[in-house]
Design a protein around this ligand. Structure first.
Ligand code: F6R
Length: 242
């Protein structure tokens, strides 16, 4: 695992944007694996800035998002479809028909998971996958105990994850209890993975990740088995690591 420690969140976002930009070659289709949440916001702002200044073009970009809440309408402001639309897609010249996110409102969720996994094979795998990390080490919505063999599936969200995400809703009761997520095995198919983390709240998770123990109790530890992972972490999240 290649580790980059940055002075702050802004520098973390710029370095992540650098890696995404490097994979976006004008001569071929580029597949970006994307995440939602607070951590990638700065990276998306940086990508938008680079598009507006003519440094980046998104016409050849296909995206595959990691996850989506179950039962939340696409138009709901907290659906991950809305999140991506508001924070990236509507600001750049990408064809949103090539922007893929699991459908959390599918009538048959099992069938939707199989469809999404087949889609990863068809349009992917991502040239680069952007990941955040949960306090409990989740990646995507693969909570502790998730099998490293898992493909796209429906998960019951951990209480700690619902509490962490309650900041985006008016109350914890509003936070969905289930989500569709790419599995650990689906995530590991990406050619390159970049995990970003910032702030002291992520320090424990980063310390555990860097302890090198590989266990399904700490989902992000699967990344130690991937040949090309870059961790970009700001000083606050890196601070307790000895
Ligand atoms: C979101 C996702 C999650 C988040 C994680 C960290 O698509 O897959 O794994 O990356 O919950 O969230 P933030 O960045 O809000 O701390």
């Amino acid at each position: 695992m290649n580790i980059i420690v940055t002075k702050d969140e802004q520098e973390m976002s710029q370095k992540a944007a650098d890696l995404l930009q490097q994979r976006n070659k004008p001569e071929s289709e580029c597949v970006l694996g994307l995440a939602t949440g607070g951590t990638p916001l700065g990276t998306y702002q940086e990508l938008i800035r680079r598009y507006e200044s003519g440094e980046m073009d998104f016409s050849n970009v296909t995206t595959l998002n990691l996850d989506e809440y179950v039962g939340v309408p696409k138009s709901h402001p907290q659906s991950y479809r809305s999140f991506m639309q508001e924070n990236l897609f509507k600001h750049v010249n990408m064809d949103t028909r090539k922007a893929h996110i699991p459908d959390g409102q599918a009538v048959d969720l099992k069938e939707e998971c199989a469809r999404y996994e087949a889609l990863i094979e068809e349009v992917g795998p991502p040239d680069i996958q952007l990941l955040g990390i949960g306090h409990n080490g989740h990646i995507g919505f693969n909570e502790p105990g998730s099998s490293f063999e898992s493909e796209t599936h429906v998960v019951e969200l951990a209480d700690s994850t619902r509490e962490a995400n309650a900041r985006f809703f008016t109350s914890i009761e509003e936070v969905p209890t289930k989500a569709i997520t790419m599995g650990i095995q689906s995530i590991m198919k990406a050619k390159k993975i970049v995990l970003i983390a910032s702030g002291e709240k992520k320090a424990d998770a980063i310390q555990k990740l860097l302890s090198q123990d590989v266990s399904e109790d700490f989902p992000a530890s699967a990344l130690h088995r991937h040949p090309d992972v870059t961790l970009i972490v700001d000083l606050a999240a890196y601070q307790t690591v000895q």
